[in-house]
Structure formats: structure tokens, C-alpha cells
Design a protein around this ligand. Sequence first.
Ligand SMILES: [Zn+2]
Length: 357
Amino acid sequence: MKKCSYCGAEYSDDTSVCAIDETPLGGSPETQPEAPEAPDPEEIVVPPIEGLAGLDMGFSIVEGFSRPDWKAVRQYLKVHVAKEDLRAAWNYIPTIWLKTLAEDLGGGSRVYQSPSFSCLSDLDPETTKTLLDYAETVVRVIRNSLKDAAWSGFFGKHVLLFFSDPDDYYAYISYFYPEGTHILSYGIFLRKGYAHIVLPYVTTGSAESLLVHELCHNLLCHLQIPLWLNEGIAVTIQFQMALRPLIVDHELADRHRAHWNETNIQTFWSGKSYNLPGDNSDLSYSLGQILVNVLSEENPAFIDFVKNADWRDAGQDAAMRTLDRDLGEVLGGFLGPGNWRPQRKAISEQQKKNPPA
Ligand SMILES: [Zn+2]
């Protein structure tokens, strides 16, 4: 009997790869070194349904990486794959995509599978599996926190890309930004095409923390929620996972009170301030977190608020309806007297110049 070193599933001796996560099961010590090499099980990917045999993902190479034509893939599925086979099709397609990326990347890059994730990584297998195990835990925690506000009803696993070299990371994500954009980023959730998370690896600890943050965005990506709420939830769950309490001391409170005024608060509500340098961005993440903490504290209606909050009014309408709270007043409780209410007009003007990604 053989046991999968990754998930523990048991197989007969003649099985070479785990059916659940594709981990090679390793040979018995008697394996003859002269025996002809079996094809690498990682290389064999058979389409699960006949209709997929002719699938061309329309890859074009940009910045050294194969970029699928997702529109064409979806169109192909519409014509060639029956509805009841879509789940199987979407379990297969990301694997083909990631294997192509692994060829682009070369080196020790490989495709890994876990129950909820398909992953491309050029880190060593042990580190990759540590991160995948962690990601499985985190998905459960986030779903538990967000309840039915969390994304569900989709096909295909979540996709994770781990890059050991920051240059590869930036080359990969540059495709998603207009030319000339300067991006400084430590990890990103990309919604376009097939939603996926990309992380540059520095340490396992930092990668785990970023995974929590980006997975929150992933599980909220079906909602039209304002950026402050999206980021506020991500930072809040990141802190919870790190067992780090939110501490708002005098110094932080003073920084907020010195920074925000009745005009620039609209950049917070529209999400624009998150992309402005220095204090703007730092204090936006902090204010979003504070607001989420105030609104969610022992309030089961918070989930309804998340489901209904709309970026066009920064969630004001939903806050009034579901929480019976005025966002301007809640903020006033922290920043002091003033008109802090989200203003639709100011938000829409800023969104026009700076549409949400
Ligand atoms: Zn974020």
C-alpha cells in the first residue's frame, strides 16, 4: 500500500500519483534504477471530456508569459461543452494554463494541486506545500467570517502563482496595467480573465500574510463593494489570522485627525486615496480597518451590509438600511465633528478619472 505524503490518501502499490492532489506517490525502495523511465505523471494531462480535445487557449506571449484569450476559451466552451460538463472543464483548463506558464518560467517551476487550489510555483516543493496547506486553512476561515457574502457557485479552483524572483513577478503583472504605470506591489489579486492571486515570495511568513489579504479580495470579487470595505475586511482578517489586535493609540488617532478633512475624505470614500502616495495610502488602509471594526463588532447584520454595499455611494445606502448607521456619523465619532458623509457626485467624478480595477 502507498500513502500520499501530502494528503494521506491510500492507494494500491501500482498507483504512481495521488488522484486528489497529483503528488507523485514515490516508488518502493526496490525500484530498479535501470528500468525505463516512466513518463513524469505531472506531464500527463488528459482532457476530462471529449469536447475539450480541440480547445485552443489562444495564448499570446507578452512580457515572457503566455496570456490566454479567456474570451475565446469561454466562447469555445459555450459551443463544445455541455452544461453538466462545465465543472469538469473548468477543473482542467487552469491546469493547462499553469503548465504553459511553468514552461515559460522554466527552472524548477511546477504545477501543484490541492483541494481548493491550482498553483504554479518555482519555490521548492516543501515551501509550496506549506503555503498551499495554509491557503486551505485561510479559505475556511474567510468563508466562516464572510458567511454567505463569500463568493460561491463558481467553477474551477482558485489559482495561485508564486514567484521567487521579483523581476518575474513584475513582468507577469505588468500585463494587467496600462503602459507607464509604476507599480509597487507585494502581492495582488487579479480579477481580469480568470481571477487569480500572484505573490512574490520573500519569506513564508510574509507570503502567508499576503495570502490572507489577497484571498479575502478573491472571495469578495463577485460584489460591487467600495474599496474601503474590501480593503478594510482584508486587513481585519489579516490581523485576526496573525493574532494581532487592532490598536488605535493617540499617535495614530492624531495622524488621522491631522490628515483627513471634509474634502479629501471623499477620496477615501471613492477609493482614490488608496493609490496616492505616503500617508494617503497608509491612513486609508488604517481607516478602512477601523471602520470595519466599528461596523462589524458583534453585529450579525454586517454580512448583509457587505452583500449590499455599493461602491457608487461608498456603501452609505446599505449602511443606513442594514445597519441603521450613517457612515458620515460613524466616521465623525472617530475624526470629530464635521461633514464626513460620502457624496455620490464627488465619488463618481473621481471614479471617472480613476475607474476601480
Ligand atoms: Zn488589498
